[in-house]
Design a binder for this molecule. Structure first.
Ligand code: CAA
Length: 297
């Protein structure tokens, strides 16, 4: 395993490219948008600077990491020599299936095709390829350079050899893999999203304020972020999409998204990325300011 292709240069894609490159792999980062690729390299540079500033990396290691990353705007150029592809494109089933159909034609026969999906079925993704045994989930957590977990998801036809390869590889890049089978939300989001949804219900019903809900979970349960702040960090649209996958997949009303979450997404308050969710975000400031929508309630 030497050549890794990462598809999608957003938050997850650039983090995944960063980590593989840091551990010496040749990374091809693919995105349809050349400006997005430029921005991704800039972000990786800044995140490497944080590691250098903290003494975790040397300037030479930073330069070597950046040197290990090449950028491409087409799958044909970026995936032709891949040993592993990690797809981290938009969390949209039509887009993902189209990418995997193309990858199946372009990537070498031995290449493993992994998806960083947070909730789309790996079995479904595998079914559009002629190599479902080599299709697997490799679900990294945000921020990728910091978070230790890789959730390794076995599709219905994923072979044991491929799972073992991905488990070994995850350890080789300093991560700790945890295996899950392919059911809605896998493990991480099956457990996380109902907690976030319940926090939103708790706010919606007036049981607690934004601050009190997050404070209880941060200080009472030692979570680094409260569930409402975490929802903003993940993106409220992403949380809603995953809850819908759980709700549709299990047909159980306990997964129905809270109407407040639906309203916020409809209104365009998507969390940190849109500048406002449960909190209001100002570029350059780390202060947590509760959104005016929730003042006093
Ligand atoms: N790249 C490199 N290093 C980074 C980084 C990045 N993108 N972001 C943060 N860091 C480093 C910082 O430099 C700092 O390093 P040291 O420990 O060496 O000092 C460390 O991470 C902590 O960062 P900060 O001091 O800036 O801030 P913090 O202490 O508040 O931690 C946090 C930030 C790591 C994000 C922390 O708040 C946290 O762990 N939050 C929860 C994150 C989480 O739950 N992620 C999972 C989300 S769910 C998901 O991703 C999957 C899904 O399917 C929805």
């Amino acid at each position: 395993m030497k050549n890794i292709t990462v598809i999608g240069s957003g938050t997850m894609g650039n983090g995944i490219a960063h980590v593989f490159a840091q551990y010496g792999y040749n990374v091809s980062l693919v995105d349809v948008s050349a400006p997005a690729l430029e921005k991704a390299i800039e972000t990786i540079g800044k995140n490497l600077d944080r590691q250098v500033a903290k003494g975790g990396l040397t300037e030479d290691q930073k330069a070597a990491t950046l040197n290990n990353i090449k950028t491409f705007t087409t799958l044909k150029e970026g995936a032709a020599n891949a040993d592993l592809v990690v797809e981290a494109a938009t969390e949209n089933v039509t887009i993902k299936l189209d990418i995997f159909k193309q990858l199946d034609e372009i990537a070498p026969a031995h290449c493993i095709l992994a998806s960083n999906t947070s909730s789309i079925s790996i079995t479904k993704i595998g079914s559009v390829t002629k190599r479902a045994d080599k299709v697997i989930g490799m679900h990294f957590m945000n921020p990728v350079p910091v978070m230790k977990l890789v959730e390794v998801i076995n599709g219905y036809k994923t072979s044991k050899e491929v799972t073992e390869t991905i488990v070994t590889l995850s350890k080789a890049i300093g991560k700790i893999p945890a295996e899950a089978n392919d059911y809605p939300g896998f493990i991480a989001n099956r457990i996380l999203m109902p907690m976030i949804n319940e926090a939103i219900w708790t706010l919606h019903e007036g049981v607690g304020t934004v601050e009190s809900i997050d404070t209880v979970m941060k200080l009472g349960m030692a979570h680094p972020m409260g569930p409402l702040q975490l929802a903003d960090f993940i993106g409220l649209d992403v949380c809603l999409a995953i809850l819908n996958v759980l709700h549709d997949g299990f047909g159980n009303p306990k997964y129905a998204p809270c109407p407040l979450l639906v309203n916020m997404v409809t209104a365009g308050n998507l969390g940190a990325k849109s500048g406002e969710g449960f909190y209001k975000y100002t570029p350059g400031s780390k202060d947590l300011v509760v959104s005016a929508q929730f003042a006093g309630r």
